[in-house]
Ligand binder design. Structure first.
Ligand code: SF4
Length: 130
């Protein structure tokens, strides 16, 4: 790729592959890139979905005790072709507000990243669904 000046697009669920071998990554959800950023700043992810994905990666098994349970992203995944008003992650997002339900978020620039979220970096909180 480097020798020929080509781009290579690789689809993976393995963060290590992105960290070690890519210049950057686009995190996809429901057919949309919800966060794009340089590989070197993956740990600074701002979108709640990206952060949840990164938190769900397997951990090394401890020498003693039970294997830690993998973190999950609970809730319903949108069906292929489903028409979604508002943010496609709203049903599963702890930072969801009424604005998220009403309006799909535009992508905004945050440093080197592009993030499609109304409340990037929002602290996790419990939200009663309407
Ligand atoms: S737009 Fe709202 S529901 Fe969607 S990821 Fe951001 S905070 Fe969560």
């Amino acid at each position: 790729r480097r020798d020929r000046g080509l781009a290579l697009v690789l689809t993976t669920h393995d963060r290590g592959v992105v960290s070690r071998g890519a210049d950057g990554g686009a995190f996809m959800m429901a057919g949309r890139a919800v966060e794009t950023r340089a590989a070197a700043t993956l740990a600074d992810a701002a979108h709640p979905y990206t952060r949840a994905l990164l938190a769900a990666r397997p951990r090394r098994r401890p020498l003693r005790g039970p294997r830690p349970r993998l973190a999950e992203i609970t809730g319903r995944v949108p069906l292929p072709g489903e028409v979604i008003s508002g943010c496609a992650f709203a049903d599963r997002c702890a930072a969801m507000t009424a604005l998220c339900r009403r309006q799909a978020p535009e992508t905004q620039r945050l440093g080197d990243a592009g993030v499609a979220c109304h409340h990037p970096f929002a602290p996790r909180r419990e939200v009663a669904l309407p």
